[in-house]
Design a binder for this molecule. Structure first.
Ligand code: ADP
Ligand code: MN
Length: 177
């Protein structure tokens, strides 16, 4: 199995980096498209403004990629819940993340909810709950090609620089809670 999860809070850069990696010849599954194409998009949770997705069914639907001899990445904020070879968690400084999400047209509640999740390392914590290797890349400042180079280093096994725990947004806590 060579399936890598590319995960992170919305706005950290999953889709931008997926596009960059595709242009470099990597196979990257668009999680949203895959979920829709496989009929896995569940009920809208109006309060959270997200659709429910059955994680077990999503995991099963990825089997063809695990069985493939080729390397795949999957771009999804749910990808770290999947059985995979490794998990790459993208991170972004809270202020920069807030700007990116506002630029996307998110309302202040949704901006705040996502930034709080980033400040609390929610996805990183979820990712490290499994025995799957986890890496972390700070995508706040570097440009997209530089961050894509980091992902390539991880995929090639040169991953010591990306052990989790280097990003720490705890000093930003007061501002968002
Ligand atoms: P996601 O798919 O995680 O929600 P997107 O890729 O849609 O994130 O949005 C990330 C935004 O941040 C884009 O506007 C992108 O141009 C910008 N950005 C700036 N620097 C980076 C970086 N190093 N890596 C990824 N995205 C970046
Ligand atoms: Mn995206």
């Amino acid at each position: 199995m060579t399936l890598y999860a590319l995960t992170g809070t919305p706005g950290t850069g999953k889709t931008s980096l997926s596009n960059e990696l595709r242009s470099r010849g990597y196979n990257v599954i668009d999680g949203k498209e895959h979920i829709k194409a496989n009929g896995l998009l569940g009920e809208l949770d109006a309060e959270r403004d997200t659709h429910e997705v059955d994680l077990d069914l999503l995991n099963d639907s990825l089997q063809e990629y695990r069985d493939s001899p080729d390397l795949y990445l999957i771009d999804s904020h749910l990808s770290h819940f999947m059985d995979c070879s490794g998990i790459i968690v993208l991170r972004c400084h809270p202020d920069i993340l807030a700007d990116r999400l506002r630029a996307r047209g998110y309302g202040e509640n949704k901006v705040c909810e996502n930034v709080q999740s980033e400040v609390l390392d929610v996805i990183l914590c979820e990712a490290t709950e499994s025995d799957i290797p986890v890496w972390e890349i700070d995508c706040s400042h570097d440009d997209i090609p530089v961050s894509a180079d980091s992902i390539e280093e991880i995929l090639k096994g040169k991953s010591d620089d990306y052990v989790p725990g280097k990003t720490d947004w705890s000093l930003e806590m007061d501002k968002w809670f």
